[in-house]
Ligand binder design. Structure first.
Ligand code: ATP
Ligand code: MG
Length: 569
């Protein structure tokens, strides 16, 4: 208790979001015996995405802050869509984000017996009935917010008849869709969710945990609040679309709760991001139709996709902190997320040299067999990160874009007769452009100024451009996968009359083979390692990478060039 008081005081001075304010008020009032228990309730019907990360940071974060606990609860009430593959990925992704649920891993299916018992009790008390109508018919009778609905002809069955039918529904006697169990509340309620909501439907697909034990499955509204109650959850934090469900949540929970303990639902705004989609249904379609390489395709807004792309848990959490939690729907710019990624990688990624589109340079006045090593800083942002050695010799590669035969005025890179510094090494001058029969540039002949290496008299000589480079003799060939935004439309979800697949960015992946890597990269190219390819961007080895065929994903370019490109187009 003393610890809780300290946690509250400490965090209050730092400022609380509105959900935390509710939680703190309840704790101070001693509600639920001063306990704090939250849950993260994913349905295992897909991989987690960045929107879920926002919910995870809230559910686990608030518990962590105020000395409570957070359960992981799989909301597995629809066996048709659910799979253990998803359960495993969800566990992995939450851990990767840096949260842990200890031994509190629960499943809504664990509560099927209690939920069934409660349904039976409600039937006996005349609070629920079996309706033989189709779901279409039931929907037709719902009415609309200003007009009352129509009562089902089956609404006034006796409890005995309802009980008999419900038992037979669960015994598998009836077809899917032929009957449902409904709560008998009020067909004229201004809240549409109160118009005799469905509690149970018949599903005959086996469940991934309970097999063929059940033939009836509870609906979200009947399962969720009750599961919260069975688990002792005090604050059931969810997203705004559930505001309209809250009265029903409270109605069902009241069947179980009393003054000593009652869970409370609190809603915050969903995360929506530009240039992507967040609907699991659409993400599943992208995967199933092969429009991306899988749930963990680095272009996907999934946690696993972002991990593969090279995003860090810290950058995702920092981004979520930045956007915060409110009660209003919003569309957040993906640039903010990308900024958080750059910011984190800038502090942690190892600086190396790689040439994506190589052009050979022969330094004609440098001895054939000579090899020197130059020393490179691993990360100027991190004094602890040390240095590494890089070989230099007569033939090197530079970026093709860093040379122009007829440069405009302000081109400070290499051109005929001009000088540049090779980063960490000598100043060179371009003497000759060598072309093939078709006039394509195949290599450059340059000369170097031998006294311009670090520690030599000409070391401080200033030239306008500095280029990255790789020794041709030592370079290792690799593949780069250059990723960009998945959609080229700012808010695909808002374009209701267009197929979302038409809005995919055709240039979201460009594969480049024959990139040239300095040898040091390959000594450290273990999965998860983060590099800054100098002057190009942040890269990470892909899962497909092997020593024979190194593959690097571009996490993100060094600068945000998207705005400019969009304007041009
Ligand atoms: P479904 O349509 O399948 O229900 P869902 O995205 O709501 O999709 P759930 O597995 O039910 O998926 O979500 C688990 C939790 O994550 C819920 O509490 C939900 O409110 C939250 N959540 C889902 N999407 C977002 C989002 N974009 N932003 C914030 N929280 C989200
Ligand atoms: Mg949901």
């Amino acid at each position: 208790m003393a610890e809780q008081k300290e946690a509250i005081e400490g965090n209050e001075t730092k400022g609380l979001n509105f959900v935390e304010e509710y939680v703190v008020a309840d704790l101070k009032a001693g509600k639920n015996g001063g306990r704090l228990s939250t849950r993260f309730p994913p349905e295992p019907n897909g991989y987690l995405h960045i929107g879920h990360a926002k919910a995870i940071c809230m559910d686990f974060g608030v518990a962590e802050k105020f000395g409570g606990t957070c359960n992981l609860r799989f909301d597995d009430t629809n066996p048709v869509k659910e799979d253990v593959e998803y359960v495993d990925s969800i566990r992995e992704d939450i851990h990767w984000l840096g949260f842990d649920w200890g031994d509190r891993e629960y499943y809504a299916s664990d509560y099927f017996p209690q939920l069934f018992d409660l349904a039976v009790r409600m039937i006996k008390e005349g609070k629920a009935y079996v309706d033989d109508q189709s779901s279409e018919e039931i929907a037709r009778q719902k009415g609309n917010p200003t007009e009352p609905g129509e009562e089902s002809p089956y609404r006034n069955r006796t409890p005995e008849e309802n009980l008999d039918l419900f038992m037979r529904m669960n015994a598998g006697e009836f077809d899917e869709g032929s009957r449902v169990l409904r709560a008998k509340i009020d067909m004229a309620s201004p809240n549409m969710h109160f118009r005799d909501p469905i509690m149970y439907r018949i599903i005959k697909t086996p469940h991934h945990r309970t097999g063929t034990t059940w033939k009836v499955y509870p609906m979200y509204d009947f399962a969720h609040g009750q599961s919260d109650y069975f688990e002792g959850v005090t604050h059931s934090i969810c997203t705004l679309e559930f505001v309209v469900h809250r009265p029903l949540y409270e109605y069902f929970v009241k069947e179980l709760a009393d003054e000593s303990y009652c869970p409370r639902q609190i809603e915050f705004n969903r995360l929506n991001l530009t240039y992507t989609v967040m609907s699991k249904r659409k993400l599943l379609q992208l995967v199933k139709e092969g429009l991306v390489a899988g749930w963990d395709d680095p272009r996907m807004p999934t946690i696993s996709g972002m991990r593969r792309r090279g995003y860090t848990p810290r950058s995702i959490r920092n981004f979520i902190d930045t956007i915060g939690y409110t009660k209003y729907e919003a569309l957040n710019s993906i640039s903010l997320l990308e900024h958080a990624v750059r910011d984190d990688l800038n502090r942690t990624a190892t600086r190396v040299m790689a040439v994506i589109n190589p052009l050979k340079v022969v330094i004609t006045n440098y001895p054939e067999d000579k090899v020197e090593t130059v020393t490179m800083e691993n990360n100027p942002e991190d004094p602890e990160s040390g240095t590494h050695e890089m070989p230099f010799c007569r033939e090197i590669f530079i970026e093709r874009d860093d040379f122009m035969e007829n440069p405009p005025k302000k081109f400070f890179r290499l051109a005929p007769g001009s000088e540049v510094r090779l980063k960490g090494a000598y100043i060179i001058k371009c003497d000759e452009v060598v072309k093939d029969a078709d006039g394509n540039i195949i290599e450059l002949h340059c000369s170097y100024a031998p006294d311009t290496l670090s520690g030599m008299p000409g070391a401080s000589r200033k030239v306008k451009g500095t280029l990255h480079w790789v020794s041709a003799r030592h370079a290792i060939d690799g593949e780069a996968r250059l990723y960009d935004r998945l959609f080229d439309v700012e808010n695909p979800a808002a374009e209701a009359d267009r197929d979302f697949r038409e809005m995919l960015n055709p240039d979201s992946l460009r594969v480049v083979n024959g990139i040239k890597l300095e040898p040091f990269i390959m000594e450290h190219a273990t999965p998860g390692e983060k590099f800054q390819f100098q002057r190009i961007g942040y890269f990470t080895p892909d899962y497909d990478s092997t020593p024979e065929h190194p593959v690097f994903n571009r996490t993100i370019a060094l600068k945000d060039t998207w705005e400019k490109v969009q304007k041009k187009a």
